[in-house]
Design a protein around this ligand. Structure first.
Ligand SMILES: *Cc1c(COP(=O)(O)O)cnc(C)c1O
Length: 507
């Protein structure tokens, strides 16, 4: 693999911006001075000036910069480019209207330290989003502070911990076991561990549901602080024993945490609060159409029952008469989990999504999301191995069993999908299914896109049967083929060195 040094190319192949640099080239030119030049020393004392010559900073013109970044922006697959069937992540369309609303200057330019009287509109917006999310989940307490689902989870388990400590006093230390299904997202055990709990895994049944007998056994053994489970679970199946799961945990003195990453299968139809759930997080960047950013500003609201409300983070956005205010005075609170009030821009977009859909629209989106996943699940079930017989909810799961006989595994199928113009599905998650392919179309795709995806998957299967090498060596259409991912992760090339010989060797 080498990065070609071309200035422009129909494939928009592109070297690094450093390679475009030409000594002395600038992006601006100022007119000649028509006043006396002020000696440098009078402008800036010598000890505050740098004396090196900015070695290594690319010297390029404005158009070089614009074209460079425009070209490399085309290398990326994005939600605006095509279907993004990444299971568990709910990659739905982010509507332009959300963006327009988020750019209203009064929202976009508001300083986070602006006084309450001058930010009533923003506080009202946060308050209204809180009310709507409470209504959607059936849980009365909420904090919008957490910046991601994982942080919402951590906040949620911290609430459980604070509640148990307040309820049980010293005896709380004997209740430190968090039960988590084997199929859980990795963030669940991580959050539990961070809040001081020990994790015990709950087995699943052959049809992909929580094994109730095992759950009861684990509860009988004592010390259970609670359970963290996902519904629909990570194999896309609705936990139909949800009420019984909650009752069992409550009877054992524990609390129920629901990972709400899969709420796209429930919004407008069923409410976790009504099922007996005590705490949940949402991912606004999944269910409520705000942008996913690689570790960037997201929003993972944490919602809870009345019992857990006293422990929610501060400040709380509250209302007195017509006035909104920030309440910092809650001694039982676990404290702040994020600077200021969380990522406000995400809240604006999520409320825009909720208002543009309305009650009926949100319900329809859920129905379409489930229908789309079932359509894929049904039409691919003759071609790909379906590990669970039941109907899926918002995501379809398959394994590579039928293709692995020819040496073609999940990774190969995912890479080949790129050649067909699709973003790969989620691969090898959840771990309970060997060679898992988790496909979530969301409500954003129409029938013709679904059919094109299904056809691509069937074509890839046909290739796997007749010409496995073609799939095993995919992708064939990308700038860079298959990466040596282990080496890329272990020995990343993070610095550009002027000598291109050494650069291409180390790359
Ligand atoms: C995405 C996801 C999370 C974590 O959410 P982030 O917003 O990525 O931190 C947790 N659980 C499940 C099931 C998820 O899909």
């Amino acid at each position: 693999m080498s990065i070609k040094k071309v200035t422009s190319h129909p494939t928009q192949n592109e070297g690094l911006i450093f390679e475009r640099s030409q000594t002395g080239r600038v992006g601006y030119r100022l007119p000649k001075l028509d006043v006396d030049e002020i000696p440098f020393d009078d402008l800036l004392p010598a000890n505050l000036r740098r004396d090196d010559d900015l070695d290594g900073v690319p010297e390029v013109s404005e158009i070089d910069v614009v074209r460079h970044f425009t070209r490399i922006s085309t290398w990326n697959y994005s939600i605006d480019l095509g279907m993004y069937p990444l299971g568990s992540c709910t990659m739905k369309y982010n509507s332009r209207l959300n963006e327009k609303v988020a750019r209203i200057p009064g929202f976009a330019g508001l300083h986070p330290l602006a006084p309450e009287e001058e930010s009533q509109g923003a506080l009202e917006l946060i308050y209204k989003l809180q009310e709507d999310l409470c209504e959607i989940t059936g849980l009365p307490g909420i904090s919008l502070q957490p910046a991601a689902g994982a942080q919402g989870e951590m906040t949620g388990v911290m609430l459980i911990r604070a509640f148990l400590d307040a309820r049980d006093g010293d005896a709380s230390k004997d209740r430190r076991i968090m039960l988590i299904p084997e199929s859980a997202h990795g963030t669940n055990p991580a959050s539990a561990a961070l809040a001081g709990f020990t994790v015990k895994a709950i087995r699943a049944t052959a049809d992909g549901l929580t094994d109730m007998e095992h759950l009861r056994e684990l509860c009988d053994a004592g010390g259970v602080a609670g359970v963290m489970f996902t519904n629909p679970n990570t194999v896309g199946i609705f936990e139909k024993n949800i009420k019984e799961i909650c009752d069992t945990i409550h009877a054992a003195g524990g609390l129920v945490y629901m990972d709400g990453a899969n709420m796209n299968a429930l919004v407008g139809i069923a409410r976790p609060g009504d099922m007996g759930v005590d705490v949940i997080h949402l991912n606004l960047h999944k269910t409520f159409s705000t942008p996913h950013g690689g570790g960037g500003p997201g929003c993972g609201p944490c919602l809870c029952s009345d019992e857990l409300k006293p422990f929610l983070p501060t400040p709380r956005i509250e209302k007195e008469g017509d006035r909104y205010f920030l309440n910092y005075d809650i001694p039982t609170s676990i404290g702040r989990v994020k600077a200021f009030y969380g990522n406000f821009g995400m809240m604006v977009r999520a409320l825009s999504y909720i208002y543009t859909h309305g009650n009926d629209g949100l319900k329809e989106a859920t129905e379409a999301a489930v229908l789309n996943a079932r359509y894929i699940s049904h039409l691919l079930s003759d071609t790909f191995d379906k590990p669970y017989a039941g109907d899926c909810m918002h995501e379809a799961i398959f394994s590579h069993k039928n293709q692995a006989k020819k040496g073609v595994v999940t990774l190969d199928i995912a890479k080949r999908l790129i050649d067909y113009g699709f973003h790969p599905m989620t691969v090898y998650f959840p771990l309970v299914v060997e060679g898992a392919m988790l496909i979530e179309p969301t409500e954003s795709v129409g029938r013709s896109d679904l059919d094109a995806f299904i056809e691509a998957m069937k074509d890839i299967d046909a290739e796997a049967q007749s010409d496995p090498e073609l799939v095993i060596n995919a992708p064939h259409s990308t700038r860079i083929g298959r990466l040596d991912e282990a080496t890329a992760a272990r020995k990343p090339v993070l610095r550009w060195k002027p000598d291109m010989e050494t650069f291409s060797k180390s790359a």
